[in-house]
Ligand binder design. Sequence first.
Ligand code: SAM
Length: 198
Amino acid sequence: MSGESRFSAYDRIAGAGAPRSTVLLALEKFEAERRAPGLAIDLGCGIGRDTLPLLERGWRVVALDQRAEALATLAERAAPASSGLLLWAQRIEEARLPPADFVIASFSLFLVPPERFSKVWAGIRSALKPGGRLALQLLGPRDEWAGRTGITVHRAEEVDALLAGLEVEWRQEEESVAVTPRGVGKRWHLWHLVARSA
Ligand SMILES: C[S@@+](CC[C@H](N)C(=O)[O-])C[C@H]1O[C@@H](n2cnc3c(N)ncnc32)[C@H](O)[C@@H]1O
C-alpha cells in the first residue's frame, strides 16, 4: 500500500484534530519552566496537528513527513503564521536532525521499520538539547499491527531502555479498541511518553 493511500483518510478525518495530550503536557512543562520557545522537530507531522499549535506559540518547527502533499496542506494551514516553519519532505530514517529543544513523534515512530529503529532513536537522543523534551507514542506487543512488516513494537522493558537517562514525565500504557480513521476497528496497545533530557 502506498504512503499516500494509507494516510490520506487519516489526514481528512484525524489529521486536523486537537494537539496530542503528550505535546500539550510538554508545552505546559516548558511554560512552567519559563523556557523560551526554541526549535521543535515534528517527525511524521502529517498536516500539522501538533506543528500548528507550536508555531502559534512562537516555536520554530522542522515539520518532517515522507508525503509532500501532507506538507503542502500543512503550509496552507499554517499561513500566515508560517515564518518559523521548515518543511522537510523525507523519511524519518533518512533525516539528519539538528539540535532541538523539543522532538515530537505522534503516532509515527512505530512506522519506522524495526531494523532502522535503533539508529533513528540514537539520532533523536543526540539531537535533544539539555532540558529538551520528547513527546511521542510507541506501540506495544499486543497491538494488532504487531508483526506486520515495517511496524516496530516495544515491550515495557524495551521502553525502559529507550528512556534510560531521561526524566520520564508521562508514561501511560493504553490498551483499547477503537475505530481507525479508515473506519476499521483496531486493537491498540500504545505507550504515550513525555520525557525530559537532563
Ligand atoms: C498516523 S499519521 C500521524 C500524523 C501526525 N503526527 C498526527 O499525530 O496527526 C503518520 C504520519 O507519519 C508519516 N510517516 C509514516 N512513516 C514515515 C516515515 N518513515 N518517514 C516519514 N514520515 C512517515 C505519514 O506520512 C503520516 O503523515
